[in-house]
Design a protein around this ligand. Structure first.
Ligand code: B12
Length: 246
């Protein structure tokens, strides 16, 4: 399976200097986790097919996003600036891997039936990138059985200060023996898991869920300001970034 290392190195050469991290997984690992009742979420590729989930760490904002909005590639249009930025960098990957048959599934993409194309938290977990904590991880639940609790992924280095950007599937790259990395369980007690889930479900706007574990890096003040600003009001901030005022 010579090609795998070459592809991984190409992706890493493009994306790592921009602050992204890449994590390979086999399609079967993901599909085995998707529930029977949610068959539609399963990915329609060979079990041994290799995909990479792409994470943006805090520095992507300064290393990739700001340079992008200052470049001629940024279009002052109705398309979301961050989505444009991700599209641009992922297209560089596609150009580099021209001989490969590649599908890109962005975190924000929906199918015609308005279902997410990819469950990035499940993909992140099965790749070993970040543990995905769900209600089912808590042994003694404080919530009513019927209450729905959204799950949250916690990264071993960045806690909640990161985002999933998408998955790149290499349709012809089959590698049955890809070594499986287990995600690191950083919330070791029921109390910590409950704390993370409550903060993510209740008060996510105060950023506290991101700090449920010690982290090595957080978003910069400018990045926080950008994400706190409602999307429709971000254009003024973008203009100031473009003009070098922020
Ligand atoms: C729709 C959506 C929302 C909706 C609904 C949330 C939800 N989780 O359903 C709303 C608008 C409420 C929302 C809000 C937010 N969201 Co949101 N959202 C999404 C989105 C696009 C899809 C989630 C979804 O519909 N999942 C479908 C359900 C069915 O999936 P599921 O519950 O995980 O179920 C599967 C697993 O349980 C799996 N499974 C079964 N058994 C097992 C066992 C194991 C071990 C594993 C791993 C899996 C597994 O099988 C199930 C499917 O069959 C994702 C991005 C994406 N493409 O995944 C972001 C995402 C979940 N959101 C995110 C964030 C940050 C937020 C907000 C903080 C706002 C923001 N963007 O800043 C808030 C916080 C939540 C809140 N308190 O409101 C992040 C979470 C990052 C993290 N650290 O986990 C994501 C991943 C986006 C990203 N690009 O990183 N969100």
């Amino acid at each position: 399976m010579g090609n795998f290392e070459e592809i991984k190195t190409s992706l890493s050469n493009i994306l790592s200097p921009l602050g992204f991290s890449i994590h390979p997984f086999k399609i079967s690992w993901y599909n085995e986790l998707v529930q029977k009742k949610d068959e539609a979420f399963k990915l329609p590729y060979h079990d041994d097919c290799i995909a990479f989930i792409i994470i943006s760490t805090p520095s992507v904002f300064e290393k990739a996003f700001i340079p992008f909005v200052r470049s001629e590639h940024y279009k002052n249009s109705s398309s979301d600036p961050l989505d444009q930025c991700m599209n641009y960098y992922f297209s560089l990957v596609k150009e580099t891997c021209l001989e490969e048959d590649v599908d890109v599934l962005y975190d924000y993409e929906l199918t015609a039936t308005r279902r997410p194309k990819i469950l990035v938290q499940t993909a992140g977990h099965c790749s070993g990138a970040a543990y995905y904590y769900q209600k089912s991880d808590v042994k003694t639940c404080p919530w009513p059985e019927t209450k729905s609790i959204y799950g949250v992924s916690i990264h071993p280095k960045f806690g909640g200060w990161f985002a999933y950007r998408g998955v790149i599937v290499f349709k012809n790259l089959l590698y049955s023996n890809l070594p499986k990395l287990e995600p690191i369980d950083v919330l070791l007690t029921d109390e910590k898991k409950i704390e993370a889930l409550e903060k993510f479900n209740g008060n996510w706007k105060d950023w506290a869920y991101r700090d449920v574990v010690e982290v090595v890096e957080r978003y910069s003040e400018l990045q926080k300001q950008y994400f706190i600003t409602p999307p429709k009001d971000r254009y003024d901030l973008i203009r100031r970034i473009r003009e070098g005022l922020s």
